[in-house]
Design a protein around this ligand. Sequence first.
Ligand SMILES: Nc1ncnc2c1ncn2[C@@H]1O[C@@H]2COP(=O)(O)O[C@H]2[C@H]1O
Length: 228
Amino acid sequence: MDHRLPDSGDALTGVEMFAGLEPDVRQRVIATAVPRHYRKGQILFVEHDPGDSLIIMKRGAVAVFRTAPTGERAVLTVVRPPDVLGEVSLLDASTRSASAEAIEDSQALSLSRAAFMDLVHSNPRILDAVMRSVGGLIRRLTEQNADHVFLDLPGRVAKTLVRLSGESQAPMITIELNQSQLAEMAGGSRQSVNQAIGSFANRGWLRTEGRRIVVTDVQALKRRAGMN
Ligand SMILES: Nc1ncnc2c1ncn2[C@@H]1O[C@@H]2COP(=O)(O)O[C@H]2[C@H]1O
């Protein structure tokens, strides 16, 4: 059975790495990529697996994490459409630098390393976007390092929530993340993250609804995270 997507220019809409490509090249990418479906909780790949594909998110959310020898997880980021995942091992032709798990039912397009390299060779312009993407990753890593040095845990929790809120200006922003996932992202114990969340809730900055966090005052969280 052919699992490839029909030729629809929409499949790469919004994906920065492929923006600016000629329509026929986009069509070729779409025709070459293989659609993937991941159920919530499914592991896409683990650290040190061969890095053989670029994953273009179409729906859902994937957590990128590292696991300590004790089994403890540190979530490095949550990837949502239209972001891509897996560019690091494509570029250095090495193994996966981290593991990835679907935290929502997700759909993606998987582009093999060979197809990606063909694309780069025939369309060197794509390297501009690749460099921007790698630059963005380095910038985020620098910021994460600085946060671990300069922010206390409640500050990191606040900053993680602001990041997960995106650029939304809505008065209420719902984040589909439970408190242990948040602890994995902010780099703290579940108990201390719960305390921070409790104190933010007491101040009216957010409320928890089961496995969700509803942010009601993103500006206050920004201030707590030293972002303005
Ligand atoms: N610290 C990080 N922050 C954000 N994304 C990351 C980080 N580390 C790895 N990734 C992503 O997770 C992917 C794991 O597989 P790759 O190394 O192929 O490519 C990696 C990047 O796409």
